[in-house]
Design a protein around this ligand. Structure first.
Ligand code: SAM
Length: 281
């Protein structure tokens, strides 16, 4: 069977290179090149961008990104078995694919990429949230990336885009929505992957805003939301009492009822409370 890019079909690549999926590495592969091209397109125009891809595996999404015209792709893969098939893709797209056999948690992408940079990945489930939190909490804003287009378990995707009042709403939603536009752009059933995972998946697209939506210190907002959501069912006057001796009046001063719970408070009010805490010193 021929493919759009003239490279072998992914099932053949996996068989040739003995790339049987390893659970410990979160390996659930996408083998349908139409689907991987569709995911790549969710990242928008790639022709003037460098792309960071974490966990290319046999290279289905990598091929999608390159076929969609990505200027330069840095693909960071921990599994040495994937190096040979990825080298074949690099040869098909001379000068456009750089592959690192490394742990994505240990590399500095800026040493390899030139802005503007987009991140596109079908993330290994075991480090997906950790990488997202890192990308959302850089020392300086705007971050090194323009957008993130990431596959997660559906439940994690829902936590990123959750609105106040929902069960999924918490720190991840606030962290993401404070400085990004975030939406779910695709849902995928388990059968889309080989082997199929137990849960459904979804692609989330996040675009970095030039400035945070509301002023606040990132450190204070993180400390505040960590404390508030540690006991999400408690009233805020109780869960936050360790942060300020007069927490009730301080909450009221920014328009939050002291009897309300963390999951009812929107990003704007959390930011107002973070500013009030900082103003109190
Ligand atoms: N992108 C491929 C696809 O869509 O078919 C594979 C996705 S699979 C869900 C996750 C990939 O991440 C695997 O290839 C796995 O080996 C790789 N991986 C796991 N942990 C990693 C890490 N710490 N750094 C880089 N890659 C990692």
């Amino acid at each position: 069977m021929s493919t759009i890019d003239g490279l072998p079909p992914l099932r053949e690549v996996i068989a040739t290179h003995g790339l049987s999926a390893k659970k410990a590495l979160g390996q659930n592969f996408l083998l349908d090149l139409n689907l991987t091209a569709k995911i790549a397109r969710q990242a928008g125009d790639l022709t003037a961008c460098d792309v960071l891809e974490v966990g290319p595996g046999p290279g289905g999404l990598t091929r999608g990104l390159l076929a969609e015209g990505a200027r330069h792709v840095l693909a960071v893969e921990k599994d040495a078995r994937a190096m040979a098939p990825l080298a074949e893709i690099a040869a098909r797209y001379p000068g456009r694919l750089e592959v690192l056999n490394a742990d994505a948690l240990a590399i500095d992408p800026l040493a390899h990429l030139t802005p503007p940079i987009k991140v596109v990945a079908n993330l290994p489930y075991n480090i997906g949230t950790e990488l997202l939190v890192r990308w959302l909490t850089p020392v300086q804003w705007p971050p090194f990336w323009q957008s993130l287009t990431l596959m997660f378990q559906r439940e994690v995707a829902e936590r990123i885009v959750a609105q106040p009042g929902s069960k999924a709403y918490g720190r991840l939603a606030i962290l993401a929505q404070w400085r990004c536009d975030a939406r779910i752009v695709m849902g995928l059933p388990p059968e889309a992957f080989t082997p199929p995972p137990k849960v459904r998946s979804a692609v989330v697209h996040l675009t970095a805003l030039p400035e945070p939506r509301f002023a606040a210190s990132a450190a204070t907002l993180q400390r505040l939301t960590a404390t508030a959501f540690q006991q999400r069912r408690k009233m805020l006057r109780a869960s936050l009492k360790g942060l300020h001796p007069e927490i009730g009046p301080l909450l009221e001063s920014v328009g939050i009822k002291p009897t309300s719970r963390a999951e009812e408070i929107d990003v704007e009010h959390f930011c107002a409370l973070a500013r009030a805490l900082d103003a109190e010193g």
